[in-house]
Design a protein around this ligand. Structure first.
Ligand SMILES: Nc1nc2c(ncn2[C@@H]2O[C@H](COP(=O)(O)OP(=O)(O)OP(=O)(O)O)[C@@H](O)[C@H]2O)c(=O)[nH]1
Ligand SMILES: [Mg+2]
Ligand SMILES: [Zn+2]
Length: 347
């Protein structure tokens, strides 16, 4: 496999320079099963783990390799790899790890475009689209809204409008993985060496789309539940797939929950309509709550912004800030602990 066809570019080339001198190979993480990684590179496909030294020196789980990462690896016998370092990421999809601990969980790295997939059989959920859009903008990748299952939707046009309202400035592409309609519009995003991740709830048809685009049934798919069209969490790992036309797709398991690990800018990017209006508020630090001279409130009263959209903006802002605050607290605690026990690694 050529590096350029795996998405290699000058940025990674310069990050890799010191490792080249040590005789390591560049490789791209194409899959993960527990501690074992599948690595693609000029050597072909190899499987391996991070080195003990890497494990010892790495404090945060978010710094361990994830699918899409470029790594410096030594390769033994052609198919066994040892991962020495993760090259600096250009983009990274993260969420807050489940539970109370404020810990970042990286899901996929070095993604150019995020297909946020929803199913038009589901109860269509603009609030969920907003949450995914924040995560996508925050990652640095460009989001595209993919509305799948047009074959079972009576009013596709209305769905497209509602989706656009939930994600202003984001392209909306209605498709059907079943009958193939709309897939040529997706092709515009699938150039050789470009990495696209598919995100969305279980059952929306991410793997079905991958199979369609790959032209073969490589990913398992399963029927959604009859009563509520929810999926059965069929895909269980994140896998990088090289399409025949050269684009790279990352299929992911449907997330049960997507807790934000984003900053204010990520939220503002996904709520561009609100953020723009905020420029017209009397106070620069207006919270668009009860302040006088609030341009956002005015727009809500004039019917230009739906109250539920503003409520959603507030909710996601609060969530992002709360997580950021907890992260800072946790980091300062860790730093203190490290200060007390110099030279010791912590978990
Ligand atoms: N009617 C219709 N059904 C579809 C379409 N795309 C996928 N499906 C069906 O939806 C179900 C779920 O599809 P999957 O591809 O497994 O969904 P997924 O998003 O990969 O789900 P997880 O792997 O669980 O996250 C399957 O029964 C598919 O046949 C479509 O365009 N139209
Ligand atoms: Mg799947
Ligand atoms: Zn305001």
């Amino acid at each position: 496999m050529q590096l350029s066809s795996l998405g290699w570019n000058d940025h990674f080339g310069s990050c890799f320079a010191p490792y080249r001198d040590q005789g390591f190979y560049p490789g791209r993480i194409a899959g993960q099963e527990r501690n074992r990684y599948l690595v693609f590179g000029e050597f072909g496909a190899a499987s391996g783990e991070v080195t003990g030294r890497f494990r010892f020196a790495t404090n945060s789980v978010a710094d361990f390799p994830v699918v899409g990462d470029w790594v410096a690896a030594s390769v033994d016998g052609g198919d066994t790899a040892a991962i020495h370092a993760v090259l600096s990421r250009v983009t990274v999809f993260s969420r807050k790890a489940a539970g109370r601990v404020a810990e970042e969980q990286a899901l996929a790295a070095n993604v150019d475009t995020a297909f946020i997939v929803t199913g038009l059989d589901h109860e269509f959920n603009p609030r969920r689209i907003e949450r995914y859009a924040v995560t996508a903008w925050d990652s640095g990748a460009t989001p595209v809204l993919v509305l799948n299952k047009t074959d079972v939707c009576l009013d596709v046009e209305a769905a497209v409008h509602r989706a656009s309202d939930a994600a202003p400035g984001v392209a909306v592409v209605p498709v059907s993985a079943r009958d193939g309609s709309g897939l040529d519009s997706l092709a515009a995003y699938l150039s050789p060496g470009i990495t696209v991740v598919l995100l969305g709830s279980s059952g929306v048809g991410k793997s079905s789309l991958v199979n369609r685009l790959a032209g073969t049934d490589m990913q398992a798919v399963a029927e959604v539940r009859q009563d509520d069209s929810r999926g059965r969490h069929t895909t269980t790992s994140r896998d990088l797939i090289v399409l025949p036309d050269g684009a790279l797709l990352i299929d992911t398991p449907g997330l049960r929950e997507l807790q934000l690990m984003a900053d204010d800018e990520g939220v503002d990017a996904a709520f561009d309509d609100v953020a723009r209006l905020a420029d017209g508020c009397r106070f620069a630090d207006c919270r668009h709550d009860h302040e006088p001279g609030c341009a956002v409130k005015r727009a809500v009263e004039a019917g230009e912004i739906h109250p539920s959209r503003l409520a959603s903006y507030h909710k996601l802002q609060r969530e992002a800030r709360r997580t950021a605050q907890r992260m800072r607290l946790r980091e300062s605690r860790l730093a203190k602990r490290q200060g007390r026990l110099p030279g010791q690694a912590h978990s």
